[in-house]
Design a protein around this ligand. Structure first.
Ligand code: ADP
Ligand code: MG
Length: 389
């Protein structure tokens, strides 16, 4: 789960991370008062969307007076902000953060993620702050400094100082960085983050550090133990199909192809995607209904697949804990309810498979059955080709 910059800054402030003072507003007429509450003469008005690159896209603007802050907030609110992370259609701005302007001597980059190779949290820093880190990684990988954290002892002060020396910070800067990194690490662990990025991490003219931007992503599997974080979810920023999927506890990832796949189990989902590609087609999604799929779940899954504008659907189920007749009943009921206008191939295997096949065959729906996975993939490819010719 992602959150907005202003929400991340509020959380980080609670861990002792220095961040500028700011106020979020949802309407233009709230902006002037919000600006006047800040002890500053320069304001920065920042669009709040779940995407980076807002500055370049025109979503971060400097104001020299509270009324200028208000007029900027009015123009940014409601705009369709396009950045390299939003896609060409952009994202509508519904919240704006008004923040005290900060004097900037240097802009650094800081990122914390879980490194899967070493199974450790890695702290990455670079002198090339403000830029897209992917570009730095591609053109100047040597400019990205990394320290790996031993989970038994946590991030050590000497590791923070090492980064500070390498970045050429003053003694004041190094002390400030040490304080900042230990606080960020604590936040990362306590809040079950999967990503914490401060870009730019700013060195002020007095050498102290301050977080000017903040991006936090949380591990969805740990959200159950963070009620306070769940409340920060902004559904406006999420893909409606993914919201629908999470309501029914479906694992759904949209892909670029046109064959919708409904599968139980992640391993079978991967294998199904492979086999669709093997027959020369592309999967439209990764959709795992999990172990306990019932009619409601299958219906929701089919609705999600159909709203993806697929050309055909391949249902590939291995009935282990879930029995094939249950899933067959679910498929028939769901197909009747949803109304499927594209070819549908079903391959069932496992417990009660004969009963399952009988239910499919006796339904008056136009369902093509398949004895094996490969045959199922071939049949959906053929059926789609036939439907288009
Ligand atoms: P994004 O990464 O989405 O472009 P940032 O929050 O990083 O958004 O802001 C872009 C740039 O705007 C920063 O690199 C910084 O130069 C400037 N900026 C952002 N917030 C402030 C602030 N409070 N004071 C001064 N400059 C700021
Ligand atoms: Mg940024």
């Amino acid at each position: 789960m992602k959150i907005h910059e202003y929400q991340a800054k509020t959380l980080l402030r609670g861990f002792g991370v220095p961040v500028p003072d700011g106020r979020v507003v949802f309407r233009g007429d709230e902006a002037r008062d919000a600006a006047l509450q800040l002890d500053t003469h320069v304001w920065v008005v920042k669009a709040q969307i779940h995407a980076g690159g807002r500055g370049k896209g025109g979503g971060v603007k400097l104001a020299r007076s509270a009324s200028e802050a208000e007029s900027l907030a009015r123009s940014i609110l409601g705009m369709q902000l396009v950045t390299h992370q939003t896609g060409p259609e952009g994202k509508e701005v519904k919240r704006v953060y008004i923040e005290a302007g900060v004097d900037i001597a240097r802009e650094l980059y800081l990122g914390m993620v879980l490194d899967r190779e070493t199974s450790r949290i890695v702290v990455m820093m670079s002198s090339e702050g403000g830029m897209e880190i992917e570009e730095v990684a591609a053109s100047h990988p040597e400019k990205i400094l990394k320290v790996f954290v031993d989970p038994a002892v946590g991030l050590q002060p000497f590791q923070a100082r090492l980064l500070g020396f390498s970045l050429g910070l003053s003694s004041v800067g190094i002390r400030s960085l040490q304080h900042m990194l230990l606080a960020l690490y604590e936040a990362f662990v306590k809040l079950d983050c999967s990503l914490l990025e401060i870009n730019p991490l700013v060195v002020r003219t007095n050498d102290e550090l301050i977080a000017l931007d903040a991006k936090m992503t949380f591990d969805d599997n740990a959200l159950f133990r963070h009620k306070e974080l769940q409340a920060l979810r902004d559904l406006d920023e999420e893909d409606p199909l993914e919201i629908q999927a999470s309501k029914y506890d479906l694992s759904y990832i949209k892909l670029d192809g046109d064959i919708g796949c409904l599968v139980n189990g992640a391993g079978l989902a991967m294998a199904t995607m492979d086999i669709i590609k093997q027959v020369g087609k592309e999967p439209a999604n990764f959709l795992d209904v999990g172990g306990g799929a019932d009619e409601a779940k299958v219906t929701a899954a089919l609705q999600i697949i159909l709203s993806d504008n697929v050309k055909g659907i391949f249902i590939n189920i291995f009935g282990g804990i879930m029995k094939c007749d249950t899933i067959a009943k679910g498929v028939v009921a769901a197909a009747q309810k949803v109304g499927i206008g594209v070819p549908l191939v079903v391959r069932l295997e496992g417990t009660n498979v004969e009963e399952g096949k009988r239910i499919l065959e006796q339904s008056d729906l136009n369902i093509i059955t398949a004895p094996t996975m490969l045959e199922g993939a071939r049949r959906i490819a053929e059926a789609v080709a036939a439907a288009q010719s």
